[in-house]
Design a protein around this ligand. Sequence first.
Ligand code: AMP
Ligand code: ZN
Length: 113
Amino acid sequence: MEDCLFCKIIAGEISSNKIYEDEQCYAFYDIDPQAPAHFLVVPKAHIGSADELTEENAGVVAHIFLVIRKLAKDLGLENGYRIVNNCGKDGGQTVGHLHFHVLGKRCLAWPPG
Ligand code: AMP
Ligand code: ZN
């Protein structure tokens, strides 16, 4: 997908602080962390947002959640963590490639602002 920041990161055209990758997904640290641990997990296939999921492409979401569980263990998030997906303008999405934020290592407030 042309002009997609996260597609360019996955392709290695823009550098990132990579944590993990496999054939389906790519994980890297957020450039503007909102918690002591803050990383993003994205599908390698371009999906614009959670609102673009279909029966055909949604399987990667289950895979990403299992990868998050593994990375949380590897990174020592034993006290818990938050998985966030911002979807669309009112959801606060700023990058148009589906991504899951994982935040941890601090106690997070609820509800969000
Ligand atoms: P969202 O607002 O949910 O679309 O999240 C986009 C996230 O991408 C934000 O938390 C940004 O800090 C993060 N971000 C933007 N550019 C980069 C980059 N080059 N490397 C890592 N994270 C980025
Ligand atoms: Zn993309």
